[in-house]
Write a protein of this length. Sequence first.
Length: 96
Amino acid sequence: MVARGTMKISLVQNQAIAARMALIVGADNFDRLFRGIEFDEFDGTVLYAYAADEYRAAEIEDTFSLHISTIAANILECEIPIVMVLPQKLKQERNV
């Protein structure tokens, strides 16, 4: 089942995805990479997440996209084919 339209990720869903990622990556990697991550919205195809900076966003997307997709699909109860992790500054620019 694939969602239609844009679905805003709730705070509880955001925290649930982050908590499950912490179990997978461990405390040190979680603090290094995922500190401040925000799983923001799902548009039916792409789950958008925002990391602290470009370096963290790239490493998270390259290394953990499949994990995030699997975890988020379970929490959001829909198929998540693509995970895109962007730096926070792009979210701030998008909302201006």
